[in-house]
Design a protein around this ligand. Structure first.
Ligand code: ATP
Length: 238
């Protein structure tokens, strides 16, 4: 089995006396699509921040091999900048490289962005902004992309289109993806395997098929009788 790009072992994260993550383990290997599912406050953002080195673990270990790029929750566009300039910011860590601002590779894999390049990011729809956020992450030339809440506030058709793009980036370009989602159905449709995080602990993990069939996830996220889980537009998140 290949060496993981992201490897988290027995991770503990605390804020003062509050424990946000309690002995969490997770891995993402090259070429994998992995889901991290959990409700508000489960500890998903804390785990992402630990992977990015933004929060320091109280115990345990995070190992990252290769480049990780984040597609942040809420997309975090610079509204007054053009799409092109927002993309260029994704290469900030590579800014000393000669081709750091070269967006052509991103336009080659996400051609819709080429048509939007001169548009102000703030004038775009939520789905278009999410696509720009994908492109901005790709500018870092990552081995693994961490996508924090792909579906948040977006209509089902837009989500399906974005999911298809992620699948293609994975299948055709070998990009590994860690998808953080409250929408369990979307996450398990898209990803080969996943983790269910609750109250700072991994409650279940395994193949998407096994998780989808498991009683815990079915009750908590997929709804009785298989109704779609996760928030939809117009519904409060918490
Ligand atoms: P959401 O989906 O709402 O973003 P989450 O699953 O990402 O939630 P975290 O944001 O990681 O969860 O929060 C995990 C726990 O840690 C929660 O109980 C939260 O209140 C707490 N927490 C998060 N950040 C801090 C902080 N800076 N100080 C104190 N407690 C925090």
């Amino acid at each position: 089995m290949s060496t993981p790009l992201i490897e988290v072992d027995d991770l503990v994260v605390r804020y003062g006396t509050a424990t946000a993550l309690d002995r969490v383990g997770l891995s993402v290997r090259p070429g994998e699509l992995v889901a991290l599912i959990g409700p508000n406050g489960a500890g998903k953002t804390s785990l992402v921040n630990a992977i990015l080195g933004v929060v320091r673990p109280a115990a345990g270990r995070v190992r990252v091999r290769g480049r990780v790029a984040l597609v942040p929750e809420g997309r975090q566009m610079f509204d007054d900048l053009t799409v092109e300039d927002n993309l260029a910011l994704g290469a900030w860590r590579r800014r000393h490289e000669k081709d750091a601002r070269d967006t052509s590779r991103v336009y080659a894999v996400l051609p819709q962005l080429a048509d939007l390049r001169k548009r102000r990011a703030g004038s775009l729809s939520g789905g278009q902004q999410q696509m720009v956020a994908f492109g901005r992450a790709l500018m870092a030339r990552p081995d693994v992309m961490v996508v924090d809440e792909l579906s948040l506030g977006l209509a089902p058709l837009v989500i399906a289109d974005l999911a298809a793009h992620l699948r293609e980036l994975n299948a055709r370009h070998g990009l590994a993806v860690l998808l953080i989602e409250q929408n369990a159905r979307l996450a398990l449709d898209l990803c080969g395997r996943g983790y269910v995080l609750e109250a700072g602990c991994v409650r279940a993990h395994g193949s998407a098929a096994r998780l989808a069939a498991g009683p815990d996830l079915a009750d908590a996220y997929l709804g009785a009788g298989g109704a779609a889980g996760g928030p939809t537009e117009g519904e409060p998140r918490s």
